[in-house]
Design a protein around this ligand. Sequence first.
Ligand code: DSN
Length: 401
Amino acid sequence: MSYNFYNFLNLLKLESIKQEKKINLIASENYASLSSIIYSSSCFINKYSEGYPSNRYYSGCKIFDIFENKAIIESQLLFSSNFSNVQPHSGVQANFASFQSLLNKNDKILSLDLKSGGHLSHGFKKNFSGLIFKIINYCLDNNNCINNKYIELLIKKEKPKLLIVGYSCYQSNIDWSYLRYISKKNNCYLLSDISHISGFVCSGLIKNPINNSDIVTSTTHKTLRGIKGGIILSNNNLFFKKINSSVFPGQQGGCISNFIISKYITFKESNNFNFINYNKQILINSKIMLKIFFYRGYFALNYDTINHMFLIHLKNNFSLKIEKILEKNGIFLNKNFFPNDVKNSINPSAIRIGLAALTTRKIKKKEVEFIANIICDIIENNNIFYKDKINFLCKKFPIYN
Ligand code: DSN
């Protein structure tokens, strides 16, 4: 072995201690459930399973076929879809395969720009999406909301083949049925990327866009408490076959068998009242924390949030510096663009805050307010040191209890 095995184990231990002792407010992260972690590490890691159930390119897949079929059925039940592909390794790959099944090279995509809360895979110029397709961006209106009329104008003017709805940072409702209506009227497909809000969607807290979309994509590790991965869902039977062949052999080889089994566990665990209550609590916590920022004189993307996240403008503070000082105090979050940001991606004007991971620790109102006030104190006085208090709080709320 070329590495020092004991140091390697030590690093694993350090990471797990770090996760236990610190607060995670990164909106795209969560703590995977113990069962989804256990099932992601099974002996299926040794098994190649290229292809789909009953139609594999290797022998010995019969047992895995049972699991992949279960994962497909369970995700369909969870999201009320007629079709599901559970093989994408990530959200970006789910998007890539979906674009491949709907579009040809150089076709036009209409998507929210990255600075306003869009995602890299929705058309960033250095991403495959920006390199292969022509990207037209919409942005948020003066109220920092999606403006359906503006999107309608752009669809009529630019005639894109695909409209992407679903964002990495957005606090308000989305009127999927109207967006569906205007895109269909103009021969434009609609893809909903619900990666951030999929837990809210399957809990019924946010309207499910499945019947107002040609394709829905999601990750499995944000408000769903699974391991990192992607899924593609659809109720438009024109695309079922195309999506499957875009995932395999289009852009992936063998699926990661043990991860698919873990996804099955995640879908099952997300289909019950405990999970719905968990997502309700995320929403309560998210609103409570946002309110504290308002009391302390900050402004956010909007006055309310309908999901786990929100964006706080830092006024004259440097987000990179604040991110690092918060990290020293035991709080992780990420710096983020604010719509119409004049600053660059290294040091943008805002911080993004997500409450899913914090809620997994069963943290509620009192502590949420305490943490929000600590963040404001630190932003306002960089020399305050709260590490011990955060550490003490984390001990009271272990991740896995
Ligand atoms: N970039 C991630 C996020 O933070 O939203 C999702 O891929």
